[in-house]
Design a protein around this ligand. Sequence first.
Ligand SMILES: *[C@@H]1O[C@H](CO)[C@@H](O)[C@H](O)[C@H]1NC(C)=O
Length: 273
Amino acid sequence: MAHCLGSVMLLLPLLWLLLRSPSLAARNRCVDAAEACTADGRCQHLRTEYVARCLGRDAAAGCARARCHRALRRFFARGPPALTHALLFCPCLDPVCAERRRQTFVPACAFAGPGPAPPSCLEPLDACEHSEICRPRLLAFQVSCAPAPSASDGCSREQTLSCLRAYAGLVGTAVTPNYVDNVSARVAPWCDCGASGNRREECEAFRELFTGNRCLDGAIQGFDRGQPPVLQDHSHSHQDREHILLQVPSADGPLKECSLFSMLLVLALQALL
Ligand SMILES: *[C@@H]1O[C@H](CO)[C@@H](O)[C@H](O)[C@H]1NC(C)=O
C-alpha cells in the first residue's frame, strides 16, 4: 500500500471537493425518502394504491376523498414506519424539498377542498368526534403530542416517536394535517377559526394542537437529526457526486493500480459523511 500513498495525496484535493460538495450535504431528503419507498416492495405497493385512489381514475370525476383517505390510512398503518415516516417528515431547508414534502400524499384530494376556502376547524373537529376511525386517533395524538412540562424543548425523548406515529395516524382522517407551505415545517389541518362564532375558543384550542404545539414541532424538526449538516446551496443533485467519483479511476500511470484502493477510500469517506 505504500506506493499508493502518492495517489492518496493526489486524492486529497478531490476529497476536499467532495467534503464541500453541496450535493452531498444538501441532497433532497424527500427525494431520498421517495426512492427508498420505491425500492421497498411493500411501501411501493401501498403508495401506488393511494396515488391511484387519490389521483387515478377514481379521482377523475372529482375527488373520491373517502377512498383516498382509506388508502392513505393503510399506507401509514401497514407500510414500514422507517420508510413512511421518512416520506412524511423528511427534513428540508429549501422550498423544493419542502414542496415535495407537502405533496407526500395528494393534498388536493386528501387535504384541501372541496371548496376554495378552508372551512371552520369546527367542521373537521365535529366530523372527527362522530367518526369511530378518527376519534381515537385524535385522542391518541392529543395524548402523545402533549408538551411535557419538564421538557424545555417540547416533548420528552421517549415521547417523540409516539407523537410522530400518532400524527401520521391522522393522515387519512377528517382532521388530516399537512404542511401549510413550502417555507416552513408548520402543519395544520385545512381549516381556520374565522367563522367559528361562539365556539371560537374551542376552535382555536383544536387548531393549536397543530399550530402551537412545541412537542409536535420539536418532534418534526428533530426527525432524523444527526444526518449530514445541510447547506443552503441545493442546486445540484446526485450527478455531481457521481461525476467526482468517476474522475478517480481515470488517473494515469502508477495511479492506475491504486485506483481501486482510492475508490474504496472515497466511497468509505462518503459513507461516513
Ligand atoms: C412554494 O409554494 C408557492 C405558493 O404555493 C408556490 O407558488 C411555489 O411554486 C412553491 N415552490 C416550489 C419550489 O414548489
